[in-house]
Design a protein around this ligand. Structure first.
Ligand code: ADP
Ligand code: MG
Length: 679
């Protein structure tokens, strides 16, 4: 048997069974071997029958008194007695009529399963039972638990994998030998064997260590390769003009924080180099990234190049355009700023196109439209991407393809990315972090609130409104859904509140299904205090800046991810007023530890580390990096593993290893480069 053989070549796998394997995406022996268990159940310890109590056990013994009967229609019972030198116990199988015939009374069996008191007699119910052997399949071992499909259960998968154990040993090494040795890893063949057939639990760890290492090593190597490629490209050198920076800073209504200064300085150094900048700027909501981005743009504009800023939503794009317009006004550069979004009127779009092509619209702010529209940005010197995890890889590539020369790239995100994750996933970028928030920001008082105490919540809101403040109420749905009756919809709640609790106030409605004009109108009304309470979906999630709003209620808070809750919460606490966020869980049972975490800390980094542990990277970063995140073993929260693998990837490059000697590795890298970030 070979690794490339189709699954139906395995003994015991007929056409019907192999179809079921296909349903799991498994076609070859190799696929099957790469189908790692989801978890394990330890049945390896054999217990003398005399010591059995209620619980899960394995025993080893001879079988006698087998009987087989129909208790009633549809209920078949097989009974037997298992005995070892210490005692006997009863076994019962329901609806497994074939059992009786297959049991021999003179042989030793291994039996594993649930042991419990039934009708005053201790019995094992529906246990796994097989002849004693050195390599048992479903009894008396550490049982791997596989993802199942209809008609294909874990125990059958174990049986088939048990057949290919000898073939697993034929697996070739995929890592360079010096790495395997240096890092004291087990060979790939051994790791694969152990992941399916561990004898002890430390063997599972060894296997995972090796396979996880390999996954992160590949990702790191892909990232470092990209970084190397990037360093060989040339970009426009952008000169640093000290006086210009000083003028800009001199007109700001606030002092920059030290972190902002540091980042801006680093960016200026990047821009003056001849290789393109590729920097990720991480900063919690409200940390002041917009002004940093504007200062980066400033030098580029000054040299006559264009800047494109992409935001994930229309609202944000417009808001950025306004903010940046105002920031550049004192220097007389505001006339260079223009907007291009997909939902703009045809005439204004045409206008933008014309001015982008002619080059007099130098600072173009927009949404995805920037890449979808057929518009060349010839003198593109800098791309700024806000909320990078919302953009797919291909979209970023398209944007890059619009320029004649490789532009500098500044990517910004408010989702604080745990160090381990950013090293692995975004390893081709340099990372800057703004940790320090502008002084005026206080921590947001966050509290889990019972769904039964809305009246008192509304009183709290009214109190803030009476002080001249404004409020957000966030709901998971736009309109009611029969499929999700537990979830609050913004439309319904807005109507209800306007006609009851808040009938003396102006209650606005905001959600993604409103037309762009309506969205803008509502946001404008909210900003101008013509709306007191804004009932909204998560469209207000990123970037929206209304400093006067200081109280937020999040309905069905348990349905949101930690990072998302933190982002939502960041919509308040942006002005000088003490701010509040109330998390209302779906039902009033004890609040989840996740909500408790949001309640207990305002630190986005802490929360995203936690989110990474609870939900995994895919859930946090969505499908954009999906391919790269398709890790089956590696725990990206494991900083030690990540550092170790990354260091090895660097060594691999420093040694000038020839990739062609590692065919598996070079294939993987090709795949990864397709799905990772900038190329
Ligand atoms: P984010 O990092 O979430 O994009 P913004 O750039 O929107 O944050 O900034 C949030 C608010 O803080 C804005 O109103 C901005 O004007 C203000 N701000 C930025 N930097 C400072 C600073 N150094 N001191 C005081 N306020 C600042
Ligand atoms: Mg922002």
């Amino acid at each position: 048997m070979n690794l490339e053989d189709p699954i139906d070549q395995i003994k015991g796998v007929g056409e019907a069974l192999s179809k079921k394997f296909h349903r799991l995406g498994l076609y070859t022996v190799n696929d099957l071997i790469s189908f790692y268990p989801r978890s394990y159940q330890d049945y390896s310890k054999i217990t003398p029958i005399k010591q059995l109590q209620t619980g899960q056990y394995s025993v080893r013994g001879k079988i006698s008194q087998v009987s087989s009967r129909y208790a009633r229609r549809g209920l078949h019972i097989t009974e037997a007695i298992v005995s070892d030198t210490t005692g006997s116990a009863r076994i019962i199988w329901f609806n497994q009529p074939y059992r009786a015939k297959s049991l021999a009374t003179n042989k030793t069996y291994l039996i594993s399963g649930q042991f419990e008191l039934r009708h005053q007699k201790f019995s094992m119910i529906n246990p796994a039972c097989e002849l004693e052997s050195d390599l048992p399949t479903n009894a008396a071992r550490i049982l791997p638990v596989y993802r199942q499909t209809k008609g294909l259960k874990s125990n059958q998968i174990r049986k088939i994998i048990r057949q290919v154990l000898p073939t697993i040993q034929k697996t070739e090494e995929t890592l360079p030998n010096w790495i395997v040795k240096q890092e004291k890893l087990v060979s790939r063949a051994k790791a694969l064997y152990l992941i399916h057939y561990p004898k002890r639990s430390d063997e599972i760890e060894k296997a995972k260590q090796r396979l996880g290492f390999e996954e992160v090593f590949e990702l790191s190597l892909a990232a470092l390769n990209l970084k190397q490629d990037n360093s060989q490209l040339s970009a426009q050198k952008i000169q640093f003009k000290e006086q210009l920076a000083k003028d800009f800073v001199g007109h700001l209504p606030f002092e920059l924080t030290n972190d902002q200064r540091k980042v801006i300085w680093t960016i200026y150094q990047d821009l003056t180099a001849s290789k393109p900048m590729n920097r990720l700027l991480e900063g919690d909501v409200g940390s002041g990234k917009t002004v940093v981005a504007t200062m980066a743009a400033l030098m580029v504009l000054n040299q006559g190049y264009q800047v494109a800023l992409m935001a994930p939503t229309e609202i944000l794009a417009k808001q950025h355009a306004d903010t940046i317009y105002n920031l550049l006004k004192p220097l007389g550069l505001h006339s260079k700023v223009g907007l291009l979004t997909g939902k703009m009127k045809a005439s204004s779009k045409k206008h933008s196109h014309r001015h982008i092509s002619s080059g007099d619209m130098q600072f173009i702010i927009g949404t995805h439209a920037l890449i979808q529209e057929k518009v060349a940005i010839k003198k593109l010197g800098l791309i700024i991407i806000d909320e990078q995890h919302r953009f797919g890889v291909s979209q970023r590539k398209q944007l890059l393809s619009k320029a004649d020369k490789m532009p500098h790239v500044l990517t910004m995100t408010a989702t604080p990315i745990p160090r381990s994750l950013s090293l692995t996933l975004f390893g081709e970028m340099d990372v800057s972090i703004i940790q320090q928030k502008p002084k005026h920001q206080q921590t947001i008082h966050t509290e889990i609130s019972s769904p039964n105490s809305r009246a008192s919540l509304y009183t709290k809101i009214k109190h803030q409104l009476s002080l001249g403040r404004q409020a957000f109420i966030v709901c998971p749905l736009v309109s009611d859904s029969d499929l999700q009756p537990d979830l609050q919809s913004a439309t319904t709640l807005q109507q209800k509140l306007q006609s009851t609790d808040f009938k003396d106030y102006r209650v606005g409605l905001m959600h993604g299904k409103l037309s762009p004009e309506d969205k803008t109108t509502v946001m404008k009304q909210f900003l101008e205090k013509k709306i007191d309470v804004l009932v909204s979906t998560t469209v207000v999630e990123v970037g929206v800046d209304v400093p006067n709003a200081n109280i937020m209620v999040i309905e069905n808070a348990d349905r949101f991810g930690l990072a998302q809750l933190h982002q939502l919460r960041g919509r308040v606490g942006r002005g000088q007023h003490q701010s509040y966020c109330y998390l209302v869980p779906t039902d009033s049972s004890t609040p989840s530890s996740r909500l408790r975490a949001v309640e207990s800390t305002n630190d986005g980094f802490e929360l995203s580390e936690l989110d990474l542990k609870i939900r995994g990277p895919g859930a946090i970063y969505g499908s954009a990096q999906h391919g790269a995140l398709d890790l089956s073993v590696a725990d990206l929260a494991d900083l030690k593993l990540v550092n170790q693998a990354r260091a090895c990837a660097q060594q691999f490059i420093d040694k000038q290893e020839n990739l062609l000697q590692y065919s598996h590795l070079s294939k993987r890298l090709e795949q990864l480069l397709k799905v990772t970030t900038l190329n």
